[in-house]
Structure formats: C-alpha cells, structure tokens
Design a protein around this ligand. Sequence first.
Ligand SMILES: [Zn+2]
Ligand SMILES: [Zn+2]
Length: 351
Amino acid sequence: MEGIILTVNAIAATSATDPLVRATVERRDVGPRDVLIEIRYAGICHSDIHTVRGEWGKVPYPLTVGHEIVGVVTEVGAEVTRHAVGDRVGVGCMVNSCRECENCKAGLEQYCTGGNVGTYASVDRDGTVTQGGYSTHVVVDQDFVLRVPEAIRYEAAAPLLCAGITTYSPLAHWNAGPGKKVAVVGMGGLGHMAVKIAAAMGAEVTVLSQTLGKKDDGLAFGAQHYYATSDESTFETLKNSFDLIINTVSAPIDMRAYLGLLRLDGTMVSVGAPPEPLPVPVFALFGQRRSFAGSSIGGIAETQEMLDFCAEHNVAPEVEVISADAVNEAYERVLKSDVRYRFVIDVDTLR
Ligand SMILES: [Zn+2]
Ligand SMILES: [Zn+2]
C-alpha cells in the first residue's frame, strides 16, 4: 500500500441515523497511473441515501458517499497518458475492476465478474475503503476517469455520471431510436434523464408518472405523450404499445399492468431498485414474447460515449445547486421527491 498523503475536507455519515457532518478523508498518494482531481460538483443520488442509512447492507462508517463527481485534474502520475493537468473530468459509480474477466475485456466493467470497485464503501485493490465525491479531492486510476466535454456545464455534468449513464445504457442496448416507442416510468432524477436521452436518440417517448404534475416538464424534455398511472384507463389505452419501457421507480409496481403495455418482443428494463422482489406474472411475458430485464450503469467506454452524446445533442440534467451544509435537508427532499430534478453539491463550499 502506498503512503497516505492527502487529508481533504469532506462530508461524512457516521451512523445510519445521524445527519451527515463535516469531516476529513484521506486520499492515497498519487500512484503512477492515478489522477488527482479537484472536485467542483458532486451530485446527490438516491443510492447515496440508501447506502448511508444502511438500507443496502453493512456500512464502513465513517463514510463519504457521492458517485456523480466532476472536477479538474490537478496532478497526474508518471504513467498517465489519458488525462492531463487542467482537464475537465468526471468519475461515476466505479473506480476499478479486475480488468481480466471477459466482461472487463469487453469494456463492460460494471459487470466485472469479480465485482467492480464502487466509488464509495468498496474495498479498492490496494486494500483501502473507497470514499466518494462529497469531498474536495479524489485520487482515481486514469482508466476510470472520464473526459467531460466543454459543451457541458460542470454542475450539469455531475448527474450524467450516474443518472445519465444508468438510463443511456439500456436505451442504447435496446436500440431506442427513430421508429421506436419508448415509455419512461417515473419522472425523478433517473426518469427525466431517460426522457431527454431517449428523445435525443430519436425515439417517440411517453412518460408514465403517478400524476400529471410534471407534464409540462416532461413535454419540454422531449416526451410526446404523458399519462398518469393513477388513472386506470391509461393501462387500457396504451396496451401493447411500447418497444421498450425504462422503469426508474424504486417502489413496487403492478408488473402485470406494465408488462401489458409492451408490444410484440418488447422489453421492460428496471433501473430503479425496489427493496422487495417484483413478482413477474409469466403469462404477461408469454402473450407478446415480452422480456423483463435489468441494467446497471454502463462501462467506461460507454460512459464516455454518453457524455459525448449529451454534449453533441445538448442534453443536460436539470439541477439544483446546493451548499455542502444543505445536504441533510436535500436528503429529506429527495425522499419526498421534492427536487427538480437532481441536487448537486457545490464543492467549493467545502474548501
Ligand atoms: Zn447513483
Ligand atoms: Zn472483471
């Protein structure tokens, strides 16, 4: 293990129930293949909240979360070729993987069979516990650092690193594009990105949200249609309609009703993670040879492709920038879906 040299300001969780507090984290020495990033903005993802509250398993407290990180390179190791001092860069949900399994070799590090190294709460290959982006600096292996195109504002780039790639990857994999009808379930942080990206890909986009409360936004983001799922007739009207449904909701839903919206060979992909298993009625799959699938973030190459796509198509998340001290309040608002559509921490307020 390398010597630890850098102690930096951060916000940390110390238990599942206490508010996050100001703290420091130690970053490893910049190794030959590492990049030191001065963080500018860090997005708040629902996963951060699940994690610090211990809802997804044991937590190595104190823990700094955050896996939507953007900043500027301030130092590079001797062997670094992919990034240079001054570059605008980003880091998403993973910071390492085995690099040897067939998935890693195929550029699908998110599906590393040995398990990728998460940006926080994971054990890195040097044995240290990873600490996330609610912090002023981070040291990351160059291969897991993305280039952020100039056309994307820093604060808007942050949510692309999780919410953006989580929705881009299944849209790309299942060929959303001209002639395809795509439904997006839920209009939160993930959902609003799914709408913007699917529309930019040329698909005909329908939003399925509990109410019509965000209809104007959905249409402005590029959706052609917007339906309330609280209205029973929606499921009759839209029966057998969609090639692809992206389900961003992390609550239980009526799988029979949603699967019934797929046309022949249609696929419903879940990217939200409900705490309980979703019961899938197999007869709903038989009917039109439908599929039910899951998808997890995206590989590094695909994440770069997504950033470049968003720059080219002028796709950016809607963000509300907050100071570091407002994080606890922001968590409560995320849990109440009271954010349009992603909180981003201005990390300058931590310096
Ligand atoms: Zn996330
Ligand atoms: Zn691997």
